[in-house]
Design a protein around this ligand. Structure first.
Ligand SMILES: [Zn+2]
Ligand SMILES: [Zn+2]
Length: 320
């Protein structure tokens, strides 16, 4: 949505009122006040409940043609019931934004106490167009580090993970761990099923969703001898390593008879730093031409790995 470089102009009250008439509900005061500062804005909730950066939709600014064009994809348009996208959601639901550079969308429902006003509770789209509560209110988005610290147990040193050294594998979070039921201030997985790093390190999560060595797991006992990957290593990646979220099934790279360590999603600059042989092997030449405007290091995502023995880098491409 936004170019994120400089703040957009404020919304005009009359344009907010027009959108409210079109969607049939008054926007919550929190949203109105923010729009009156910046028409279409980003909120960084990366240490909050949702763990995401959100981009809120503008209201169409009808003050001049240029602004109208810039803000045409507004709350009213995205909630036009004549378009397919909003057909199956509940009556009265209004989409107000979406996650930056990924899904999902952000929805509000009418306040049960004042049905003519949209409530503060946030929802995302679930299966079949249903809306699922995100267990967070608009007013609680983007907490400060102090606010998170006040909600959680005193900080403990984080466990280390041999096969996942991505600095973003664990994040600050006020969420309750779904395994131990404690608020320890950190979580590993998706916001929708938060699990603390300690439960992952202790293997208390059970077999998580890291799909690795898949062709071998499908046929037990068929593990190629020359790879020589110890079953204890496979168990550690599967049950005691933070989950690596991917669109495609992930075949975890191996080298020197060991699983490689996941180092994170590579940025454009990190991709350019890879040895030429790795670029060629993975058909990453396109990325080298990062000057082209369509260059997007997010999709396909380039997952970086490193051999823990010889230091050889490895990559896995993940496309949406
Ligand atoms: Zn836990
Ligand atoms: Zn190696």
């Amino acid at each position: 949505m936004g170019d994120g470089l400089r703040p957009k102009p404020p919304a005009r009250e009359e344009d907010i009122v027009r959108v409210e008439e079109l969607v049939g509900r008054r926007l919550p005061d929190w949203l109105r006040e923010r729009l009156l500062v910046e028409n279409g804005f980003d909120v960084d909730d990366s240490i909050g409940v949702t763990g995401r950066r959100w981009s809120f939709l503008p209201v169409m600014d009808r003050s001049n043609r240029k602004r109208m064009t810039r803000t045409c994809n507004d709350i009213a348009r995205c909630n036009d019931r004549s378009t397919a996208g909003t057909l199956c959601v509940p009556e009265g639901a209004v989409m107000v934004g979406s996650a930056l550079a990924s899904s999902p969308d952000l929805w509000l429902l009418p306040d049960p106490a004042y049905p003519s006003v949209l409530g503060l509770d946030l929802y995302r789209r679930g299966p079949g167009g249903s809306l699922v509560s995100m267990e967070v209110k608009l007013t609680d988005l983007a907490p400060t580090e102090e606010q998170v610290a006040a909600l959680v147990e005193p900080a403990e040193p984080l466990p280390t993970f041999r096969y996942n050294v991505d600095p973003q594998a664990c994040r600050r979070s006020p969420n309750l761990c779904q395994v131990c039921g404690r608020r320890r201030g950190w979580q590993c997985s998706e916001a929708w099923s938060p699990v603390c790093p300690w439960c992952v390190a202790e293997g208390r999560v059970g077999e998580n969703k890291n799909i690795i060595f898949s062709e071998w797991l499908e046929q037990p006992g068929s593990m190629p001898v020359d790879h020589g990957i110890d079953s204890a290593i496979i168990a550690e990646v599967l049950t005691r390593t933070p989950y690596v979220s991917t669109f495609q099934e992930l075949l975890w790279p191996t080298c020197c008879a060991d699983a490689c360590a996941f180092v994170g999603r590579l940025t454009g600059a990190q991709i350019l730093d890879l040895p030429a042989s790795v670029l060629a092997e993975n058909h990453l030449e396109l990325f080298v031409d990062s000057s082209c405007p369509e260059f997007d290091p997010e999709d396909p995502a380039v997952l970086g790995f490193l051999c823990l023995h010889c230091g050889e880098p490895g990559v896995v491409l993940d496309m949406s």
